[in-house]
Design a protein around this ligand. Structure first.
Ligand SMILES: NS(=O)(=O)c1ccc2oc(=S)[nH]c2c1
Ligand SMILES: [Zn+2]
Length: 263
């Protein structure tokens, strides 16, 4: 059946060797969100997202995903509110996706996987002065996760899709400016789940307040096919490997509570 082949596939293509022991290891990501076990928290406030497209700088293929990187030397593109006590600066966004539309997201909702997942990465600029400092602190990062579903073409995303062939290989960079990441958020950003977790790629540090959107966005099959045309490997390498299935296996909840901002 598909699920057993998935198990085989995910065993065959681990993105990287999972470390034997992870520092702490009791708040790892991603997870499956069991809706009926999430707890409504009326004290969760609306999210305040203020992104300035002029802070958009470049796209970089780092060999795991492609990152759209923002100038985070000033408080021009920020996130606050929701479960957050402090102000966070946008530093980059990236995606995780599968080799087909049956899987690809890192989180799931009642075991439902999506073909892809967007991560908007922010760091706590009230407490730290660099991303690199924040990434090792438990209140250092806030990541907004948005599920992607195959459907109508996402007009705002197309500018990004058209730039991807320029970063086909690992370590390639291309200038990319004036992109407003707010166009990738769903209509209702005040319906989300939130929990304490970690980075899903090395160093896997337990620094992330996850904010997982209830509403998904839609992209077309052809747009996602361009994501899959990217490569994990650099131009010099003999064997080229398609950048697909760049998601981490799901982690144990270990007693954590997932809160919801909605009933
Ligand atoms: N996939 S993710 O958890 O959003 C994420 C976000 C930022 C990161 O910086 C490094 S280094 N690894 C990262 C993983
Ligand atoms: Zn990610």
């Amino acid at each position: 059946s598909a699920c057993s082949s998935k198990l085989v596939l995910s065993r065959v293509h681990p993105m990287w060797q999972e470390p034997l022991a992870i520092p702490g290891g009791d708040r790892q990501s991603p997870i499956d969100i069991v809706v009926r076990k999430s707890v409504f928290d009326p004290q969760l406030r609306p999210l305040k997202v203020q992104y300035d497209p002029r802070t958009c700088q470049q796209i970089w293929n780092n060999g795991y995903s492609f990152l759209v990187e923002y100038d985070d030397t000033t408080d021009k593109s920020t996130l606050k509110g929701g479960p957050l006590e402090d102000q966070f600066r946008l530093c980059q966004f990236h995606f995780h996706w599968g080799e087909n539309n049956a899987w690809g997201s890192e989180h799931s909702i009642d075991r439902r996987l999506y073909p892809a997942e967007l991560h908007l990465v922010h760091w706590n600029s009230d407490k730290y002065s660099l991303f690199e400092e924040a990434v090792i602190e438990e209140n250092g990062l806030a990541v907004i996760a948005v599920f992607l579903k195959i459907g109508k073409r996402h007009e705002g995303l197309q500018k990004l899709v058209d730039a991807l062939p320029a970063v086909r290989h690992k370590d390639s960079v291309v200038e990319f400016i004036k992109f407003d990441p707010a166009c990738l958020l769903p209509e209702k950003i005040d319906d989300y789940w939130t929990y304490a977790g970690s980075l899903t790629t090395p160093p896997l540090t337990e620094a992330v307040t996850w904010i997982v959107m209830k509403q998904h966005i839609e992209i077309s099959h052809d747009q996602l096919a361009v994501f899959r045309s990217l490569l994990f490997t650099s131009a010099e390498e003999q064997v080229q490997r398609s950048m697909v299935n760049n998601f981490r296996v799901q982690q144990a909840l270990k007693g954590r509570t997932v809160r919801s901002s909605f009933t």
